[in-house]
Design a protein around this ligand. Sequence first.
Ligand code: ZN
Ligand code: ZN
Length: 267
Amino acid sequence: MTFYGVRGSIPVPGADTQVFGGNTPCLCVQAEEALFLFDCGTGCIPLGRELLAKRSHHEIHILISHTHLDHIQGLPLFEPLYKKDYSIHLYGEDRCGLTLRQQLDRMMSPPLWPVGTEAFLANVHYHTLRAGQPFSIGGCAFETMRSHHPDECTLYRMTCGGKSLVYALDFEYDTQSSAALTAFAKDCDLLVYDAFYDDRAYPARQGFGHSTWQHGLQLSQACRAKRTAFAHLHPSRTDAELSAVQAEIARQDTRCFLAQERRELIL
Ligand SMILES: [Zn+2]
Ligand SMILES: [Zn+2]
C-alpha cells in the first residue's frame, strides 16, 4: 500500500512540502490482485496516470470516506474514469438526501466544473454503504463505522489475507468517539489516523472534526495497533516542522510515524 496524498483541507505544492508531500488524501492498497483506493483527493491524479502507463488493474475499487472537497477533488481528473476498458466501483454513503453520485455531481457541475459524472467513459458502478454495515469485495472483508466529524464521514476497517487496515481520517476524539474507534481498530495491523492538529493548536479548533497526533499515540496504544500512520496533515506544516514532529513521535513510540507521500508499506 502507498500513500498518494497525506494533506488535509487543501493541496499544498511547493518547496516546503517535497518530503511529506502536498496532495490531499488518497491511499492505494493492493490486495488479492485487486486495487483499492481510500479517498480521491488530489493524490489520485498522479496515481491515475501511473495506472494508465502500467496498464495494470483494470478493475479499481474506490472507497470514499465522505465528500468534503479534499477527499474527492482529484476524482474528476482520475484518468482511468475516462477509459472504456476500466471498471471502477465507487463506494459511499448517502448524505444530505443525496446519493454518492449526486454528491459528486454537485462538485462536477457548471459553473464549478464543466462536465458531470456522465462524462466518465469507464464502466462505473456506484455502491451505497451505510455506516455500521459490513460488506465484502472479492476476498476482502470491510467493516464501517460513523466518524465523529461533520457531514457523516465513514471510517473503514479492511481485512484481507489475515491483515487488517483501519482508515480513520477526519475523526475528532472525545471520550465516546475514542472508545468506539478503539474497539473498531482493536489489534489492527495498521491504523491510519487523523493528525490534522497537535495539542497546541487543537483547543482553539475543538468541534472542527479533527484530532492530534498526541491523541493518536494514546489511541494506538489503547487499540494495540501494530503500526499507526498519522495523515490528513495540516497544510501549513512545512517539511522541517513535520520532520521535528516525526522525531518526537519516534521518541515516544517507534510503531507510530507520519504518513509520507509515495511511501510504500507492506502489511
Ligand atoms: Zn478532510
Ligand atoms: Zn472532512
